[in-house]
Each structure stands twice: as C-alpha cells, then as structure tokens.
Design a protein around this ligand. Structure first.
Ligand code: FAD
Length: 430
C-alpha cells in the first residue's frame, strides 16, 4: 500500500458538517485531517453560493458558533425571521477565508483540491481513503472516518446500504444553481422567502401567483414557479433561489452536465423576467453564482436508526440525542416540476437527532454527518439545512474523537460520553 500519511480522525468533505466535525474532533485532542475536493471550504455555503443559513437547534451548538463567526463585521445586521425561522445571512466571499482560517487555527490538517476517490477496507472496517493528489493517487490511513461528503460517497464506496429519493419512484429533490443580483432599488423592490410568502406587487397581486402565471405564459421556465429573492447583508442586493433541474441523476457525470446546463440557461430568463415585471429590479444584474451545482438530495445512508416523518412532525425525543430541538420545515422542492411537492412546505416540531442516525449499518470505523445521515425523504427535507448540519457535524467529530480515545467502534461508543462532551461544550440536550 502506497501509504502517504496517517491520522486519528479523517473527515471527508469540507462543507458545514465536515468543518464542524473536523474542528470538534481536533478540540478533543486527536490528530485530524479534512479532505476537500474543491479549493475552498464551506461546501454549498461557498462553492454552491447558498445562503441564508436556515434551521435551528438549542443554543450553544456549533451552529451558533458558526453564525457568529460568519457574521463577523456585520453584527449590526438583524437576523430576519420568516415562516422559515431564522434566516442568518452570510457573505459567501468572506466565508471562504473565515472558514479556512477557522479550521486551520483549530489545528486540523487541511487537504484542498484533494478528492477522495475510493476507500481502503480491512474486512468491514474503513482503514484508509484513496485521494487524488498532484503526485498521483495516494492512500491516507486513519483510525476513524467521518463521511461529510453530502453524497455519502465514502459510506457508499465502503458498501453501506442507502436510500435514494422518495419511496414511490426514487426521485430526489431538484438541483439548483443559486445566484446573486445587485443594482436592486431598495425603495421599490420586494423580497420573497418562498412560495408561501404573502408579499404582493404594487397592484395587489400576490407575487407567488404572478410567478406561477409567468411560468404558464412561458416567461419563466415551466418548472420555475417561484423566484425566491432573499435580502443579504448589503442594500441593493438579492440572493436568488429559483433555477431548477428535475430528475437529473447527479450521481452520474451525464446527470450533472444536464443539470448544470439546464439551471445555468435559466438564469438569464429569470433575470429578464425580473427586469421586465418586478418593480425595483429594472436594472438588476448578476454578480455571482454557485461555482458548482447545488444538490439537495442524493444518498441517505441507512443507519442504526432512520429518522422518520413522524419524528420530525411530532418532535420525537431520544435517549441518545446528540442534537436537541433541531427545527426546520419539511421543505420538499418538487421532484416532478415547480414549487413544493406537497403544495407548501409542511410544519415540523423541534425534534431530537439520535446518535444512531450517524452510525451506518454494516460498516465500521465510519460516522456520518450532514445531509447523508440516516432518515426518510421527508425527514431529510427538514434536517438537510446548514444550521442543523453544523450541529450534527459537531456531534460526529466528538464521537470520532471518543472512538480514538477509548479504542472502540462508533457503534459501541456510549452515547452518554458524547453527550457529556457536548454539554461540557455548552450544548443543551434535554
Ligand atoms: C440549491 C440549494 C439551496 C439550498 N438552500 C439552503 C438555504 O437557503 N439554507 C440552508 O441552510 N440550506 C440550504 N440548502 C441545504 C444545504 O446547503 C445543504 O444541505 C448543506 O450544505 C449540507 O451540508 P453538508 O456538509 O452535508 O454538505 P455540503 O454542503 O454539500 O458539503 C459537502 C462537501 O464535501 C465535499 N466533497 C464531496 N465529495 C467529495 C469527495 N469525494 N472528496 C472530497 N470532498 C468531497 C464537497 O465538495 C463539499 O465541500 C440548500 C441546498 C441547495 C442544493
């Protein structure tokens, strides 16, 4: 084996979950590597140009730490509260340095532009990762691994079973490329957080109805029935979440290409619609867009527990809670076309996420974090948001460090130990 380096904990994927997993493990005194395929950390937040941060947890998880970090220099800006809950704004450009610096200063070895291309197995245990470097494909060895790739790539390569899409037809939520507009006239311009926002145009027509009609008339693409216009830190700017490609399998190169082409071709059409019809947007122009396609849903790895629809709807409690009072709406962007799959995003009650959702079946030395944890299609539509991914990542990192400290497998770690560390770090769990 062409062994390159070895660590106690190796985290694959430097998005919201991976960043918090790596830092929280390092804070427990183990050696940690964070492996990221792109040249920046942040995942969807930076590469995908996705914001605001949505989703909530009890105070004092790493969600709150990250929001504070990303709000540096913008403390005077108020958090907007909508039906989506707290919308925490960030500047994705500033985030690129803030996140890199944060992870680096916490003593994590960061590998940028380094894709994980395969796993090295020792029977059913992950023993190493094959990574692509300028010196060729190398093997990096570890005691415990965290899969924070979003797509559950490490777990899938290791042979962990997974779900894909909804039960009825296997379809996943659509993909989107988000973009930013400036030159928006704040005196007249609306903002809109989603299809259930009652915001109206000057003639009293509801903006969401106007978007639907424009889609029917062909002025917006058929599957773009709402153009979400989020405020940002900066007056005259809007973050636009509107493009979408349905039913492209982004686990294949052909699916990724189709989705990129579809969504990027929609951007000028949406801008033209805004310029022509929406007051305040007459002179708007695109200043930035995601460098990569935004993928909402792919593999959900089957874990020791599957967080289900009722858990999220009723607000389930678990003895092995590692994130307490996680909350976000059940937000299923329609896999078949525009808008929401269930008419509108559905209510959820603050729920617990149990440690068992982070432990994949059949594979050892591996912990899940972020949107690939174990849950149903509808539950995932709530816990996938970045605010919750930060807190899940924190718990994954602590669990990984405890595995190293006690020389035990993730599924054998006493949850009370993980909870003790989380509480020591300020989290409220019960
Ligand atoms: C279009 C869109 C809009 C959204 N809007 C919002 C929103 O407004 N607010 C909100 O809070 N959430 C939103 N979400 C959801 C949220 O962005 C994601 O669910 C969240 O980022 C998941 O975090 P993660 O860390 O699990 O994955 P990601 O953010 O996807 O990070 C995964 C990281 O792993 C890396 N990676 C993947 N494979 C490999 C590999 N093989 N080797 C090395 N590195 C790898 C990726 O490059 C990436 O950096 C949106 C998502 C999309 C797609």
């Amino acid at each position: 084996m062409n062994e390159w380096s070895s660590y106690d904990v190796i985290v694959a994927g430097g998005g919201p979950a991976g960043i918090c997993a790596a830092v929280s493990a390092a804070r427990e005194g183990v050696s940690v590597a964070l492996i990221e395929r792109y040249g920046i950390l942040g995942g969807m937040l930076t590469s995908g140009h996705v914001h605001p941060i949505l989703g909530m947890t009890e105070p004092n998880t790493m969600y709150h730490e990250m929001v504070q970090l990303l709000k540096s220099g913008h403390e005077d800006k108020e958090t907007i509260i909508t039906r989506n809950g707290a919308e925490c704004h960030v500047d994705p450009e500033e985030a690129k340095l803030l996140l890199l610096d944060f992870v680096n200063e916490n003593g994590v070895d960061i590998y940028l532009q380094t894709p994980v291309v395969d796993v090295v197995m020792d029977e059913n245990r992950v023993a190493g990762l094959k990574i692509g470097t300028q010196e060729g494909i190398k093997t990096i060895l570890g005691k415990v691994f965290v899969d924070a790739t979003g797509d559950g790539f490490v777990a899938a390569q290791a042979g962990a079973p997974f779900f894909l899409g909804r039960d009825v037809d296997g379809r996943c939520q659509p993909t989107s490329v988000e973009f930013t507009l400036d030159h928006v006239n704040e005196e007249t311009a609306i903002s809109c957080y989603g299809g259930s926002d009652p915001v109206t145009l000057p003639d009293g027509v509801r903006y969401s109805d106007f978007c639907k009609e424009a889609s029917k008339r062909g002025e917006l693409p058929e599957n773009v029935t709402i153009v979400r216009l989020h405020k940002t830190f900066y007056p005259g700017e809007r973050q636009v979440n509107a493009t979408q490609a349905n039913n492209c399998n982004t686990l294949t190169p052909a699916g990724i290409l189709e989705a990129e082409l579809t969504t990027r071709k929609q951007i000028p059409i949406i801008v033209e619609f805004l310029r022509k019809h929406i007051p305040g947007y007459e002179n708007c122009r695109v200043t930035a867009s995601g460098s990569t396609l935004g993928v909402r849903e792919t593999r959900r790895i089957l874990g020791e527990y599957v967080l289900n629809d009722e858990d999220v709807e009723r607000g389930s409690r678990f003895e092995d809670v590692i994130v307490h009072n996680a909350w976000f709406l059940i937000d299923i962007h329609n896999p078949n076309g525009g808008g929401q799959a269930e008419g509108r995003s559905q209510p959820a009650k603050p729920y617990d996420i149990p440690l068992r959702c982070l432990i994949p079946q059949k594979v050892d030395s591996l912990i899940l974090a972020g949107r690939c944890i174990s849950g149903t299609h509808r539950a995932h539509a709530s816990y996938r948001v970045m605010g919750i991914a930060f807190a899940v990542g924190q718990a994954a990192g602590i669990t990984a460090a405890l595995c190293v400290r006690h020389e035990i497998q993730p599924r054998k770690v006493p949850c009370t130990e993980v909870q003790k560390v989380l509480i020591h770090r300020g989290a409220k769990l019960f």
